[in-house]
Structure formats: C-alpha cells, structure tokens
Design a protein around this ligand. Sequence first.
Ligand code: FES
Length: 363
Amino acid sequence: MDISTTPAASSAAGAARIWSREDDDILVCVDVHQETHDVKTFTLACPEGKHFGFEAGQYFLFDFELGGGIESRCYSISSSPHRKNAFSITVKRVAGGKVSNWLHDTLQVGSRVKANGPLGIFARPRGTGGKLLLLSGGSGITPVMSMVRELADSCEPADIVFLHAGRSPKDLIFREELSFLAKRIKGLRLYMLPEVLAGEPSWPGLSGRISAELMALTVPDIAERTVLCCGPAPFMAAARKVVSDLGVPVSNYIEESFDAAVLDEAPPAPAEMPQVALFQVEFAKQSRKIEISGEQTILSCAKKAGVRIPSSCANGVCGTCKSKLLSGAVDMKHNGGIRQREIDAGLFLPCCSRPLSDLVIDR
Ligand code: FES
C-alpha cells in the first residue's frame, strides 16, 4: 500500500494542520485498551489527521449522543502532549454511571464523538528544578499520568514524588507502566498506595489511606514541594488537610476535580434581602417550574429544587451544564466553557448565568 495516500500520512509528510477548538469538534476512536478490570483507555484522533496541541493536565469536554439526548462529560487527557496525532482518555466504569457504562459498552474503533477542547488550567509549574508532589486517587490519575509521560518523552530534569492511591492492587491504573517509568525517569520516586490488599496479600509496599504520618514518612520535604492533586472529592479533601498540616503553603497546592463543584450560594440574611426581580424558570423536559431571582445562578437554584442538570466546575469552565435556552434571556459570565457559535445557536451555561426574564430551558 502507498501510505502517502492516507490522510494522516499526507499531513504528517507536510506541515501538520492543527486541531482548533473553534473549528473542529469531531473525533474518531482509533484504539480501545483495557487497563484494569473496570478501566479502559480510548484513543481519539481527528478524522482529517490534524495534530493536537495541549498541556499535560488539560481535558476535553465531550457531547455524547445516548438515550435520545446529549450527555456532556469532561475527561482529562492521559497521554503525553508529545504525541500529537492522537490523544487518550482513560475512563473507569462507574456502577450505574450512564456515560461511563455507555463508553465501555459502545465506543469502539471507528466510533465518532463530538468534543470541545483542550480546556483547563491544571498544569505543572514550568521551568527546571521545581520540586513536585503528584497525588492522585483512582481515575484521577489521568492528568498527572499525562505529566509523567511528558517527562519521560522530554527527558527534562525532574524531582518528583508521585503517590497514586487506589482501592486495591488490581485497581491501580497504569501500575505496570508506572513501575517501568519509575525505573527509567531519574528523579521520579513512585509510591502506589492500595487501600486494601484484597487478592494480593504479598503486596510489597505501603497500604492504607493517605495521612499526615504516611506523607511525613514518604515525602519528608513535602513543605518544599508544589503539590498537584486529582481524585474523587473525599480523596482531595483528605489530601488538602494533610498537605496543609504538613506546612505546604496554599499557593503551592493545585487541584483538579470534576465533581467538586460547590453549588451552595448562601442566601442573603433577611434584613439585607435586596428587592430583586423574581423570574419564572421552566425546565421543559422535567415539567418543573421554579422562581429564580436575577441575583442567583440558574444551576444553583435548579439543584436546590431537585431539577437535574449535569454539572462539574460550577464556574463556566468545563461546559458540562451546557443547555438549550428555548425562550428568554440570561446574563452569562462564562470562563471559556462554551463557544461563540454555540451561544449563537441558543446554548448557555446555567452555572454562570442569571435570568434577565422568564425562561424556558430544554432540560
Ligand atoms: S458546570 Fe462547568 S461550565 Fe457549568
């Protein structure tokens, strides 16, 4: 076969065109790999062979068509930014999880999906000589794995301690690859921390949960390190407390999570309650109508009233809450989680929008 005639090969031969989040949104799955019993890696490429430019730690926001609707989810990139022609996401199957189960059961080589990205600001500080502590729990390993793979590809000097926690040894994602990389990357010290030793009683390392005692023992110079942390909310809450107790300044602690949205907006005290307009907001698919003032975000009020809208960042960044406005007007202050052409098509982000009139929303 004359490989120069394939689209990807022809762009590799000349100057590769670059994926643009404004112009491009279709990805094709080029590989599916089973990482653990309940985790798969999906590798995605641009059908026109365009290359990707991203920072290790960034993510894509996907719009998956399932169950007759669109489900939006963010997934961090797990591959190295030095691999330009395709990137990978690594997804754990969650019991009852609508999207993760659909991905595991349905997405295969050749499947096409819609995505917006790369997005996000979770990144390691640049420059040589920085001392880092990477902390990850469960599938929160993906953005920090991208960082470690980047270091392996670039041969940058590094001083990194990487602690990855999981439920049991068989749940530790990228276990073999990490063991290999720890032997190869000078300046990478690896700790894998299963909570329990189920099925592997001869586990040679530490086990349990992260604690101040364990961190003081394994990372005695923790106070001199910048900490990058990603994992489920309880893991990150524990990590935050431990690193603060051990003297890491708040400015040296950086975290990423897609389920840590803080949605509670404290209502103003009755005495200070301003005279603000109240609007009727209808959620058409759920046949619900609630009152929202012009001072409150639509997502926070919807959550409090039990109206279902998927969300992650609650800050206009990730795009997970993107919804169609069927009628009315909103004041939206987003942080990059929606494209101009989506706004022009009537979409908006309820997490960072306040009503300017009565609304009907396609949720
Ligand atoms: S929840 Fe992230 S943009 Fe709305």
